[in-house]
Design a protein around this ligand. Structure first.
Ligand code: PEP
Ligand code: MN
Length: 340
């Protein structure tokens, strides 16, 4: 971190700055210039609140040279973090597909869907037991009843469960029954919730906020990591832009950039990033080519009767086709990496 200071800084403010700096585990030295001085800080700068320095009159500018998310960064850990759930690994070699309906609607619905998910060799079943809906009048999820159906499907088809939780109370109540806790886009910056899932040590699927920058996204991951839970899977689920021809815009750049910035696995959600069922397959393939370590997709045995997100859900036939194409792509990626 560097701090540019004016020659006009008062003695009092200069001492305040040096005092403030000495609160942190850092070395610093001062480079005296003709028009201004520069303080160079080296060491553990991730936990420094740089606004405290900028608030001092006489400080012209504060600039970070290293990223503020420490544990999530590749600088901190170079090798990929390996997260394994139900024998599948979130990694390009495996390309797991988490699949299931947007919401659990009935016992019959979830068992029908779980059956064809298993037949297509997917190992993780998704399904909302509580739903963050834009309208309070929309279907909000069956909660405990939904979890019962999910557990039955898990047992019957040997599937792991991925469910969204929206509050600290829900984490306390349901986390033990779920294999991957999903934190939805709308809760990416719900810091109490992030701390709570950080304490569970369960794999957490953290979705990117609707308009979150990658730094904000990684800072949210940092909240979970700092609690001692290293099992964070990042999910690019589309961002808000001016374009309204589809629900969101799949930020493929984000997948490429995140793989560079962090050691955490990154998966894509082409269902929410497009919002249109016939776009899902092509975007899923594109995100995989971009480096995604897996996918999460919505599927329903009959999308036209789905209580939520039917318009972006794959029917069984389209789901099967997606799985086949991803398998072919997996072979291609393997050949590519052998040839590298
Ligand atoms: C979902 O997965 O059904 C969901 C609500 O996702 P998101 O938080 O990305 O909108
Ligand atoms: Mn959904």
């Amino acid at each position: 971190m560097i701090i540019k200071i004016s020659h006009d800084i008062s003695n009092e403010n200069y001492n305040l700055l040096i005092n403030e700096i000495s609160n942190y585990k850092c070395n610093y030295f001062i480079n005296k210039g003709n028009t201004y001085d520069v303080v160079i800080l080296n060491g553990e700068t991730a936990n420094i609140d740089d606004k405290r320095f900028s608030a001092i009159v006489g400080v012209i500018k504060v600039a970070r040279l290293s990223v503020p998310y420490k544990l999530a960064s590749r600088e901190f850990k170079e090798e990929d973090t390996i997260i394994k759930v139900n024998n599948v690994v979130f990694k390009q070699d495996f390309l797991p597909i988490i699949a299931g309906p947007c919401a659990v609607e009935s016992r019959e619905q979830i068992l029908k869907i779980a059956k064809y998910i298993k037949e297509n060799n997917s190992h993780i079943l998704r399904g909302g037991i509580v739903k963050p809906r834009t309208s309070p009048y929309s279907f909000q999820g069956l909660e405990e009843e939904a979890l019962e159906y999910m557990e039955e499907a898990k047992e019957k088809y040997n599937l792991a469960l991925c469910c969204e939780l929206m509050s600290v109370e829900q984490v306390e109540k349901y986390a033990n029954h779920i294999d991957i806790i999903q934190i939805g886009a709308r809760n990416m910056q719900n810091y109490d919730l992030l701390k709570a899932v950080g304490q569970t040590k369960k794999p957490v699927l953290l979705k990117r906020g609707l308009s979150a920058t990658l730094e904000e996204f990684l800072m949210a991951a940092e909240y979970i990591l700092v609690q001692g839970n290293p099992n964070v899977i990042l999910c690019e689920r589309g961002i808000r832009t001016f374009e309204d021809a589809y629900r969101n815009v799949t930020d493929i750049n984000a997948i490429v950039m995140l793989k560079e910035l962090t050691h955490l696995p990154v998966i894509a959600d082409p269902s929410h990033s497009t919002g249109i069922y016939w776009m899902v397959e092509k975007v899923a393939l594109a995100t995989t080519i971009a480096g995604a370590d897996g996918l999460i997709v919505e599927t329903h045995y009959k999308p036209s009767i789905a209580l939520s997100d039917g318009q972006q859900s794959l029917n069984p036939e389209n789901f099967k086709q997606l799985c086949n194409k991803i398998n072919k792509l997996k072979e291609f990626i393997k050949i590519e990496s052998i040839n590298k």
